[in-house]
Design a protein around this ligand. Structure first.
Ligand SMILES: *[C@@H]1O[C@H](CO)[C@@H](O)[C@H](O)[C@H]1NC(C)=O
Ligand SMILES: *[C@@H]1O[C@H](CO)[C@@H](O)[C@H](O)[C@H]1NC(C)=O
Ligand SMILES: *[C@@H]1O[C@H](CO)[C@@H](O)[C@H](O)[C@H]1NC(C)=O
Ligand SMILES: *[C@@H]1O[C@H](CO)[C@@H](O)[C@H](O)[C@H]1NC(C)=O
Length: 429
């Protein structure tokens, strides 16, 4: 069992080895280097751009939000950095057009009435190229460029799978139209990428929240299909469950009224907002949120949601759609490399001693990458160790590397690209 599971702490020697791999592969090519397995990138939360158009059914919250665009075709809804910079008066419009509703009859989340959306440039990494400096480094643009530096070529053997991050995968058997559409598109993309690359199976690479989409996609693909089409899964900055930091984020949005650009990242109407909670399997009875009157463990997420202002109906949706996936999480059965940053203070516990969640909490930090704590990474390693079906798993911990640094710092990118090249060579089985 130990032999098929490896854990690698990056040391100077390993760095040197990876660097030589990196430079050996980096010739000056205009064409895609033959022999490489195609790579498909799944970006993190908020890292896919969305276009929208408004129909006559759209009821703008203020006249300025609708009139100008109704019937005018597609425009950039996320992230329209230029408009948000130039005209803060547009903030409420973007906020209103981004929000989701819940359609009781369909039993599923939906766009606001009169708002049609689609992700920009599915199949390519163009959607990851943002003007906004915050998203430029936090998303996968620099990783795509680093891969191009070692012989990958956009559209030939390098592809992107953006997704509508407002939605989320839901428990099997529950309606989730957005995720179902994404699965069908990604399946076609994987097949096409393989078939146009000499039938080589594909390497999927996810960052952060993209792991949720990737693992659910892999889990729901039949094993023979996976064997034929998936070479390897490289998962960056995600462990075996969500991290406690999300609870602080949710508490901080309690009772907020005027939309800020920041609030749009995790609007309470988004399905995905309820999708990355810590799992009881990982955190057991650890107190994650501490107050004088009550302590919340990962078992108490429903009570916590109620305490920070979610309605009974929303809590019930969490139980039905999101919680089963958190509880049943396993590493997907596919050869896999998990890469995580450590050495950065990361929220382990949040203290609202007076039970006032709108106050600034006292935060107890542990180890991690600033967003994903080490505990959930170790839980993933253990899950895999206990799973006799997992044929190949390697965990890499990169010191002093933040959540976004993993895909923007040169030193971390060298390691990530090195691991992707190694996955090219690794024989599965
Ligand atoms: C961003 O929004 C502004 C204002 O609504 C609009 O004029 C512009 O076309 C949008 N940008 C893109 C790229 O669609
Ligand atoms: C919650 O836990 C803290 C220590 O983490 C403890 O001091 C406090 O009494 C606990 N509160 C309750 C209601 O159990
Ligand atoms: C909670 O804290 C906020 C911010 O410090 C304060 O405005 C509010 O009055 C407090 N609420 C209660 C019930 O103490
Ligand atoms: C991490 O950063 C700290 C502070 O900058 C430094 O002292 C330490 O040597 C670094 N560790 C590694 C492994 O790079």
């Amino acid at each position: 069992m130990e032999s098929r599971q490896q854990r690698l702490i990056i040391t100077p020697l390993v760095l040197l080895l990876l660097a030589s791999l990196f430079f050996a592969a980096a010739g000056a090519h205009d064409d895609a280097t033959p022999g490489l397995h195609p790579v498909i990138l799944l970006p993190g939360y908020s890292c896919s751009q969305l276009d929208a158009r408004l129909t006559d059914d759209y009821e703008p919250p203020t006249p300025a939000c609708g009139v100008r665009k109704q019937g005018r075709g597609w425009f950039r809804l996320w992230e329209n950095y230029t408009a948000l910079q130039v005209d803060p008066a547009l903030l409420p419009c973007f906020h209103d057009q981004l929000r989701l509703g819940y359609d009781r009859a369909a039993g599923d989340y939906r766009n606001a009435p009169g708002v049609e959306t689609h992700v920009v440039s599915f199949g390519t990494t163009r959607s990851f190229r943002f003007d906004d400096p915050a998203l430029k480094n936090g998303c996968m643009q620099r990783l795509a460029e680093a891969l191009e530096g070692v012989g990958y070529k956009e559209g030939s053997n390098l592809f992107g799978a953006p997704y509508d991050f407002r939605y989320a995968p839901a428990a099997p058997g529950v309606a989730a139209r957005s995720f179902a559409g994404f699965r069908a598109s990604l399946k076609r993309l994987v097949e096409r990428a393989s078939e146009t690359n000499g039938d080589k199976p594909v390497i999927l690479v996810s960052h952060s929240f993209g792991a949720f989409y990737a693992t659910q996609f892999i889990d729901r693909s039949p094993l023979p299909w996976r064997t034929r089409y998936l070479k390897h899964f490289v998962m960056l900055c995600a462990g075996g469950s969500g991290s406690p930091g999300i609870m602080q984020v949710l508490a901080s949005t309690m009772g907020s009224s005027t939309p800020t650009r920041l609030a749009m990242f995790g609007d309470r109407s988004f399905e995905s907002t309820l999708s990355t909670f810590p799992s009881p399997e990982v955190y057991g009875d650890t107190h994650l949120v501490v107050t004088r009157a009550k302590n919340y463990t990962a078992e108490n997420i429903p009570e916590f949601l109620a305490a920070v202002g979610f309605s009974d109906e929303e809590v019930e949706r969490y139980r039905r759609r999101a919680m089963p996936l958190t509880l049943s999480f396993k590493a997907p059965i596919v050869p896999m490399t998990s890469i995580n940053g450590v050495g950065v203070p990361t929220v382990d516990k949040i203290v609202y001693w007076d039970g006032n969640f709108t106050e600034k909490p006292q935060v107890v930090n542990g180890d991690g990458d600033g967003a994903i704590n080490l505990k959930t990474v170790q839980a993933l390693e253990k899950l895999v160790g206990d799973d006799p079906d997992q044929r190949y798993f390697k965990s890499v911990l990169v010191p002093n590397t933040t959540h976004s640094g993993m895909i923007s710092d040169d030193s971390a990118l060298r390691i990530v690209v090195g691991e992707i090249l190694e996955a090219n060579l690794a024989t599965s089985g």
